[in-house]
Write a protein that binds this ligand. Structure first.
Ligand SMILES: [Fe+2]
Length: 178
């Protein structure tokens, strides 16, 4: 399973701190252990159930968010770095983990992914934080998981959480116009 997670997420290598990189990888391993989905499913299923017949896969969308978030954080550091402290490892780890809880939000019925009863009760920001905390992921990264989606609009987001939130939404909202 560990190798499958590394194949899904080459971006794990971008995390400089080896301890954090391991915690992030372990969170994904643990999520698969408890999910009806297999690693390969993430290259097939749509990234959201909120867009009917969504034409982008889970991994296409998630990796795109990580790439946008990293580049945005680098640009902000280049121009605003004296004014705003931005931790790149926290941004990358948070972006990789933002949707890990979706593995507990879906169930497979006749090969179709759909929202499970658990998913209705606990959306992925909540289950994602639970999984990450079990794996020792630091609070600053759990904060990004917790606050990346609409639930986070009620939270005072960190700079890193703003970056991941906007990277996520700029690559999600246009699909609602299709
Ligand atoms: Fe999400």
């Amino acid at each position: 399973m560990r190798e499958a997670v590394e194949r899904l997420w080459p971006e794990l290598e971008w995390i400089q701190d080896p301890k954090l990189r391991e915690q992030v990888a372990q969170t994904w391993v643990r999520a698969f252990e408890r999910s009806p989905l297999e690693p390969d499913d993430l290259n097939q299923i749509p990234f959201t159930l909120l867009v009917p017949n969504c034409p982008a896969t889970f991994m296409e969308h998630k990796r795109c968010v990580v790439h946008i978030a990293r580049r945005a954080a680098e640009s902000m550091r280049e121009f605003l770095g004296k004014a705003l402290a931005i931790d790149l490892d926290t941004v990358i780890a948070g972006a990789i983990l933002a949707d890990v809880g979706k593995l507990l939000e879906y169930e497979k019925v006749e090969d179709e992914a759909r929202q499970s009863d658990r998913g209705k009760a606990l959306r992925h920001p909540f289950t994602g934080v639970a999984l990450a905390m079990e794996c020792g992921v630091p609070d600053a990264v759990c904060h990004i998981i917790a606050a990346h989606a609409a639930e986070g609009d009620l939270v005072k987001r960190s700079t890193e959480a703003y970056i991941v939130h906007h990277a996520d939404f700029m690559s999600y909202l246009p699909f609602k116009n299709l």
